[in-house]
Design a protein around this ligand. Structure first.
Ligand code: TA6
Length: 279
């Protein structure tokens, strides 16, 4: 079943449900902000104080960071994590494949607005498959006459029972850039969170596994050899207007990325797809 909804302020989203799962996707940013398998707790975390307003990214779910991850390389005035997550996407279709699976397709194309921020013509297609397994595929097509480079992320926010009792498996011996200390390091064993963590892992062999108190989440990726693990912890969380002070205790970002050296150069007419497969 698919419902087309609006918040009181007119902010549009669609709600999809089938026998296996249900999800909510905002048209701004093609932003999946809710996903749960039927009968289970939400798998994605959503801030209780998130904004749902034009031009401001929803805090939680899966923000689409594109065509750059993090701060713009040269223009600090440009939006962090690019503009895809704050632009309004076109809903191409909802395909109820069967009683257990629904695929939602959304598209963003270059516009006068986007060309002011990034001087390239492109088509961006997001396909979200809502089923027992959640699949999110972001395809970039270079529609320009010149090559361009993208860095990007499916910035997955996962809901956890208690940050003190979770760990991430699958990155042992993997090198990462510590964005806080600005140093390159090697991961030793599983990742436990007991402070602010902001790390970009490279040469990642998927899948990764999030071990929460009462569930295990598998995060597979295609078209990606990097991943980001982020938790703002106490101080940064307290400074964020769209996160409650204790929100850091119940969320962890494990992001499917083409970040830093894993950026992708697309020649004219070339396409690249970044996919997260979460179960
Ligand atoms: O993915 C980690 C990160 O780049 C952190 O440095 C932090 O800035 C986070 O993204 C959230 O960024 P946002 O722009 O959504 O507040």
């Amino acid at each position: 079943m698919t419902k087309y909804k609006k918040f009181l302020n007119g902010f549009e989203y669609i709600e999809v449900s089938n026998k296996s799962a249900r999800a909510k996707i905002a048209l701004q940013g093609a932003h999946l902000f809710h996903y749960e398998q039927q009968g289970k707790k939400p798998l994605l975390w959503l801030s209780e104080t998130s904004f749902f307003v034009a031009g401001k990214a929803i805090r939680g779910g899966v923000p689409i960071c594109w065509p750059w991850f993090g701060k713009h390389k040269t223009e600090s005035s440009l939006p962090q994590h690019g503009f895809a997550r704050i632009f309004f996407w076109e809903l191409l279709g909802v395909n109820e494949t069967d009683e257990n699976s629904t695929e939602v397709s959304l598209q963003l194309k270059n516009s006068a607005e986007s060309l002011k921020l990034w001087p390239y013509r492109f088509e961006l297609l997001l396909r979200v498959t809502v089923a027992r397994t959640l699949s999110i595929a972001l395809t970039t097509k270079n529609c320009d006459e010149k090559a361009f480079e993208i860095t990007s992320a499916l910035h997955n926010y996962f809901a956890v029972a208690n940050i003190n009792s979770v760990y991430v498996e699958g990155l042992d011996k993997t090198r990462y850039f510590d964005a806080l200390k600005k140093e390159n390091k090697i991961q030793r064993g599983n990742i436990y969170i007991s402070e602010e963590v902001d790390r970009v892992y490279q040469e990642v062999r998927n899948p990764l596994t999030l071990h929460d108190q009462d569930r295990t989440v598998h995060i597979g990726a295609e078209g990606s050899s990097s991943a980001v693990v982020w938790n703002p912890w106490i101080d940064k969380c307290a400074g964020m207007s769209d996160m409650k002070d204790d929100a850091y205790k119940t969320m962890l970002c494990i992001e499917t990325t083409n970040a830093l050296e894993d950026g992708r150069i697309l020649q004219p007419d070339e396409e690249h797809t970044l996919t997260a497969v979460i179960s």
